[in-house]
Design a protein around this ligand. Structure first.
Ligand code: GDP
Ligand code: MG
Length: 284
């Protein structure tokens, strides 16, 4: 499916000005060029796929975003830097990808505005791929959000970033085992230095086109006690909102008393929220 948009073309610098040491994945070497990346800035006349960048604050989402789009989304080493989502585009292997840099989030269950924006986009915006950017130096903490994302969508690539920092602290992550455990591709990167980005581009493309089919790790099952209520609620949600992408997840949130979802349902905004998120996805 091709998604259309009306944004005008803007010519933007494409060079990655961050100091980049010589290595396989850097922006200036042949491997990177061979990755067939064309940074399109905010040129999004048409795009084939919408890609969301999600992750805890300070995991390098905006650094990845800038490296792939050639834009200059602000990066910083403190939380809350990205307050709204930023959008840009790139072309890879003859296809056009719209990249959405979501605000940092520790959880998709919280009620902070940043986290709600991120959650609504992943849940209702239906990105073709969600890239979960995780900090390799704080993997355990970061996996909380990754696992929550895997509950909502099965098209996920984990960008295991800051591996250079992890290495400096003597931490190595077995990314292959992690990929097996999570059931989605895990790509080690040092986005600041362009390392791993060709592999990341390749994985995003493969998941978007269906060449790679993810089998995400999901919580085994819900407790027996809530099963009848859950299936009843799921049926009602499906009847009321046939296009709702993940009725089970929404039902679980309702049973958990998630105020924002309860409110969205009570006011009838659940359908509107869904429609507007999709509309924004298409027209931004
Ligand atoms: N050492 C190192 N620093 C990085 C890497 N990626 C991002 N950073 C730095 O981490 C900080 C936060 O990055 P940013 O992209 O703003 O994170 P965001 O909050 O997730 O958007 C910035 O100072 C980046 O330069 C990396 O792979 N290695
Ligand atoms: Mg950011």
């Amino acid at each position: 499916m091709t998604r259309a948009s009306s944004k005008s073309s803007v010519s933007l610098p494409v060079a990655n000005t961050d100091a980049a040491p010589a290595h396989d994945g850097c922006a200036s070497c042949s491997v990177y060029r061979a990755a067939n990346l064309k940074k399109l800035g905010v040129t999004m006349d048409t795009c084939d796929f919408v890609i969301a960048l999600a992750g805890n604050p300070n995991t390098g989402k905006s650094t990845v975003f800038n490296a792939l789009t050639g834009l200059r989304q602000h990066t910083g080493n403190w939380p809350g830097k990205t307050v709204a989502r930023a959008e840009g585009a790139y072309a890879y292997d003859g296809r056009r990808f719209k990249l959405v840099d979501l605000p940092g989030a520790y959880s998709l269950l919280s009620t902070s505005l940043d986290e709600q924006i991120a959650r609504d986009f992943i849940l209702f915006g239906q990105p073709d791929v969600t890239v979960a950017v995780a900090d390799a130096t704080r993997l355990e903490r970061n996996l909380n959000l990754v696992l929550q994302i895997l509950e909502i969508t099965d098209r996920v690539v984990v960008c295991l970033n800051l591996v250079d920092e992890a290495k400096r602290h003597g931490v190595t992550v077995d990314d292959r085992q992690l990929a097996r455990d999570l059931g989605v591709p895990v790509i080690p990167t040092s986005a600041r230095f362009g390392q791993g980005l060709p592999e990341l581009l390749q994985s995003i493309s493969a998941v978007a086109t269906g060449e790679i089919v993810c089998r995400p790790h999901r919580l085994a099952t819900e407790p027996d006690a809530i099963k009848p209520a859950l299936s009843d609620l799921v049926a009602q949600l499906r009847a009321a909102y046939p296009d709702l992408p993940n009725a089970r997840w929404v039902a679980l949130r309702l049973l958990g008393g998630d105020e924002s979802i309860v409110e969205a349902l009570r006011t009838g905004q659940l359908g509107t929220l869904q429609a507007s998120a999709i509309q924004e996805t298409l027209s931004a």
